[in-house]
Design a protein around this ligand. Structure first.
Ligand code: ADP
Length: 925
């Protein structure tokens, strides 16, 4: 009979089956009595000599257990009976393999052990995967009855249940990262390692088998040491042994491991079951904790961990503090742990701030604050706290971690700096006040106020008398008849170069050099509530120096003012004199011109004599016009030049002027036929044209003709005076309309003149609201163009009316003089009641008040003046809060004064109340 043989076909999803099988971690595991017993039981139940539990791997059948068979761990899958049972739903039974075509050729059948009968119950898991089979075998043909078949199937199920229970255990171990090892203690080698162990150590499953303990756990294994050691440690009661050692991975790295050993004795071997736990993480964690606590203890900053109270009002309790904290507080660990944190609070502790910090921390956010805390001995100090919350898994803040640093030093430094800064600012403003005070009394007041403000003390200023005693002074002068006092301390201060302080630091005195470098004053200061600190003494010295400078200022200012008044007075006298002379000149001149003209007509004189008479007449005329100009100038200077407005026919006026000049020079006059009438001051306009035509003749020394043209223009009349004379150098053109300005070429040629004709002309044209301009090129002649409006704009006719409060009175007032120079009509009053009366009685554009002359409270004065005019405050120091329209500080620049008056007028007009009164008064001016 041909001995044929056909290997079993693979199940449908072989890959999955194999994966499941491996998951049971059974392959190559050590032999276990339990499963051997199952194999024996099955064989006995079936009445056959041999049985085995075979697990079908990829290429082999591996025996978990066997009985009645020669010792062999596995057979090739090709010859495996169990492999044939994998796809069978029930027990696969072969009564006589030698007679079965499928198995006759199988080496197990053909050769030893010459199997003839076998029955295989597949080991099917709960998920339907067949792992292998429980096989019973006989060397002769056989047959199972139904009962035996059922028993065989039942045992197979029990075995699978065992497998599954074991797998659940492995999973549990794996998930707890527990490693499981079986160690053969006799051979001192591993027989099994669970998946977790395999993964961690990096040895393949096959490598574990017979892996020497000395290789994986060198500290434990080698020459039977492990066995001895375990036996020794185990004790009589046989309890488990726990050892810590270092495990060596395949890749050469190591990890700390804790092993719990259980000993099992099988028939042949002593087996140790070891549960291992990789300690890497817990060791690291422990190490970290150790390091951290060492760091916390070593930290310079105090660290507190506290637990918040249940309610916001409950104090948090101290859970932990470090060494630095205890040092800082001067307390022991026992004294503070478990205590409320407010045990270190005191009266200066800002509890609101802390409550706010608690709120922030409870929200899970960080916070940083500075506050005052107290030591155990009750002394306060400043700390800066950086606080973090510890948040539990439910998101609630469980603890506060506070890092606290003593910042007392820097806080104090900051405070001192702030104080110094404040003092400096004060000092600066006091100095400004001192330098701005130009009146002695104001100066002394400012000084004493400064002393009070800076040092909190009260001071007095003493003038030094010739006899070496002192008299208290309020205005730098020595009041006559005042009691002189002798004082040793002041005497000593007088001879000291530095500020002198008495033994109690409650009195300080310092010399103040007078104008002539001799000691003139002593500043004597009595301390306030606190004795003087160094900074106070320094401040007093500084104030003394400031005062010395300010006294000098006052002196210089006084001198200047005196000189100025003298100049102003002189000027006034000059003006009066000129006005009088010019006026008195005109009468006799008119007589001369009149008689010369009469005589020139007389037939009795020959031609030559008549020519002389003509010359007399024209010279006298020139003299008369000079007198007119001079008078006008003098009026202008005194702000008394006023226009007498009337209807003026410019065509007629020009014809008349030209007629007079035609005697000396050919003048071509072009005037339109109709009258060209404007509103203006006829005699002033005549003065303008006489000047311009006179100049055209004078500066055309070659006798060239002069052209005068009149032209009606929209809104007024334009007069052009053109000559072909010497012209004007380009560089001089811009300044010709200024007072006493003359062009260089006129002077070089020796053409006589005063330089105020054009100035007057411009002023008069301006007052009419007109324009005057010149075009010229040197050597080719000049053209002057005048535009006179039909009606002059009212504000141009008059100057602004300014009322001034100045104790110097009109004649000596520098302010009045300056304002007049700037073209204002100025009236001066010397007391405020008079000023208020004048402001109510008449319309002024502005009132300028020298604040040093104001006895009343500024606010009250401004209220009284009641918007009658724009109010300008003129004075030292800063503004006083009263609603002035403008302010100008003394000493002032002319342009500042003018700007202040103009700004005030503009502001006052904008505020709109009584500006109408001032403009309606314009017509009468
Ligand atoms: P003055 O008395 O010197 O003529 P004015 O004020 O009338 O004074 O004129 C100022 C200066 O302008 C003159 O000195 C002269 O240099 C220049 N000037 C005025 N008019 C003429 C002109 N028509 N041609 C050239 N220069 C002139």
């Amino acid at each position: 009979m041909a001995r044929t043989f056909a290997p079993a076909t693979h199940p449908a999803d072989e890959r999955r089956r194999l994966a499941v099988l491996r998951g049971f971690q059974l392959l190559d595991s050590p032999r276990e009595e339990l499963f051997d017993a199952f194999a024996r039981l099955a064989a006995q139940l079936c009445g056959v000599p041999a049985g085995a539990i075979g697990l079908v791997d990829d290429r082999r059948e591996w025996f978990k257990a066997s009985t009645g068979l020669p010792e062999c761990g596995e057979v090739a899958r090709d010859v495996s009976f169990a492999a044939c049972a994998l796809t069978s739903a029930d027990v696969l039974e072969v009564a006589d393999a030698a007679a079965d075509a499928r198995f006759a050729g199988n080496p197990l059948v053909r050769d030893e052990p010459r199997v003839r009968f076998f029955a295989a119950a597949p080991l099917v898991t709960g998920t339907g995967d067949a792992l292998g089979a429980l096989v019973v075998m006989d060397v002769g043909p056989n047959r199972l009855d139904d009962g035996r078949r059922a028993s065989l199937a039942a045992i197979a199920r029990v075995i699978v249940n065992q497998f599954e229970a074991r797998r659940a255990l492995f999973r549990l171990l794996d998930s707890s990262r527990t490693e499981l090892y079986h160690i053969d203690l006799d051979a001192e080698c591993f027989v099994f390692a669970s998946e977790a162990a395999q993964r961690n150590a990096g040895f393949a499953p096959a490598e574990w088998e017979r892996l020497a303990v000395a290789t994986f756990l060198p500290q434990l294994g080698g020459e039977g040491r492990l066995r001895e050691r375990l036996a020794r440690l185990r004790g009589d009661a046989g309890e488990d042994v726990v050892l810590r050692t270092l495990a060596h991975r395949k890749n050469g790295t190591t990890y700390p491991i804790e092993l719990r050993f259980e000993l099992r004795q099988t028939r042949e071997h002593t087996i140790a079951l070891a549960f291992g736990k990789d300690l890497t993480e817990s060791e690291a964690a422990r190490e970290r904790i150790e390091l951290l606590s060492a760091a916390i203890e070593a930290a310079q900053d105090a660290i507190i961990i506290s637990a918040p109270g249940a309610r916001a009002s409950d104090p948090s309790r101290i859970v932990y503090v470090n060494e630095a904290f205890l040092r800082e507080k001067g307390a022991t660990f026992e004294e503070v742990t478990g205590k409320p944190t407010d045990m270190f609070f005191g009266p200066k502790t800002d509890r609101t701030k802390l409550a706010l910090m608690r709120e922030v921390l409870m929200r899970g956010e960080e916070s940083r604050i500075e506050y005052v805390t107290y030591r155990k001995d009750g002394s306060p100090y400043y700390v800066e706290i950086a606080a973090r919350p510890l948040v539990g898994p439910d998101g609630r803040t469980t603890h506060f971690v506070l890092v606290q640093r003593d910042v007392t030093d820097s806080v104090m430094r900051g405070m001192v700096l702030e104080l110094q800064n404040e003092r400096l600012t004060t000092l600066t403003s006091i100095a400004r006040g001192l330098f701005a005070s130009l009146e002695p009394r104001a100066l002394v007041d400012a000084l004493l106020a400064g002393v009070r403000e800076l040092t909190g003390g009260s001071g007095r200023l003493l003038a030094v008398c010739a006899a070496g005693d002192f008299i208290s002074t309020a205005d730098l002068a020595t009041p006559p008849g005042a009691p002189a006092l002798e004082d040793g301390f002041l005497g000593a201060a007088l001879h000291s170069d530095v500020t002198l302080v008495d033994g109690t630091s409650r009195r300080a005195a310092v010399r103040i050099s007078g104008p002539s470098d001799t000691a003139a004053f002593v500043l004597d200061v009595e301390a306030g509530a606190e004795p003087f600190a160094t900074a106070d003494v320094f401040a007093i010295g500084l104030l003394a120096q400031y005062l010395a400078v300010a006294v000098r200022n006052v002196e210089v200012y006084g001198e200047l003012a005196a000189r100025r008044s003298a100049v102003i007075e002189l000027n006034q006298v000059k003006n009066d004199l000129i006005a009088m002379l010019a006026h008195d000149f005109k009468g006799p001149l008119t007589t001369i011109v009149g008689f010369a003209d009469v005589l020139a007509e007389d037939e009795r004189f020959d031609a030559e004599s008549r020519q002389y008479l003509g010359m007399i007449s024209s010279s006298a005329l020139r003299l008369a016009s000079l007198a007119t100009d001079t008078l006008a100038l003098s009026r202008l200077e005194q702000n008394e030049l006023r226009l007498q407005l009337a209807r003026v026919d410019l065509a007629a006026l020009l014809r008349d002027v030209v007629r007079v000049f035609s005697v000396t020079r050919g003048i071509e006059l072009r005037v339109p036929g109709e009258a060209l009438v404007v509103t203006g001051d006829e005699s002033r306009l005549r003065q303008v044209f006489e000047n311009l035509i006179g100049n055209a003749i004078k500066y055309s020394p070659g006798g060239e003709p002069v052209h005068v043209t009149l032209l009606g223009k929209p809104g007024g009349v334009e007069i052009t005076i053109r000559d072909r004379g010497i012209g004007i150098p380009a560089g001089d053109l811009g300044k010709l309309f200024g007072r006493f300005a003359r062009a260089s070429n006129a002077r070089e040629r020796g053409i006589s003149g005063t330089g105020f004709g054009l100035y007057l002309a411009r002023t008069i044209v301006d007052m009419h609201g007109g324009r005057i301009a010149v075009e010229s090129s040197e050597g080719a002649g000049s053209t002057f163009r005048v535009f006179v409006p039909e009606t002059p704009a009212p504000q141009r006719v008059r100057s602004r009316r300014v009322l001034l409060l100045d104790a110097d009175g009109d004649a000596r007032s520098y302010v009045a003089h300056t304002l007049r120079d700037e073209g204002y009509a100025v009236e001066v009053v010397t007391d405020e009641a008079e000023m208020v009366r004048a402001l109510r009685a008449s319309a002024y554009d502005a009132a300028v008040v020298d604040i040093d002359r104001l006895a009343q409270d500024p606010a009250a004065f401004v209220r009284d003046a009641g918007g009658a005019a724009a109010l300008v405050r003129l004075g030292s120091g800063t503004a006083d809060g009263a609603p002035w329209d403008a302010h100008v500080a003394k000493p002032f620049l002319i342009k500042d004064l003018k700007a202040a008056v103009e700004a005030a007028v503009a502001r006052h007009a904008a505020s709109g109340d009584s500006s109408s009164a001032a403009s309606s008064a314009a017509g009468s001016a």
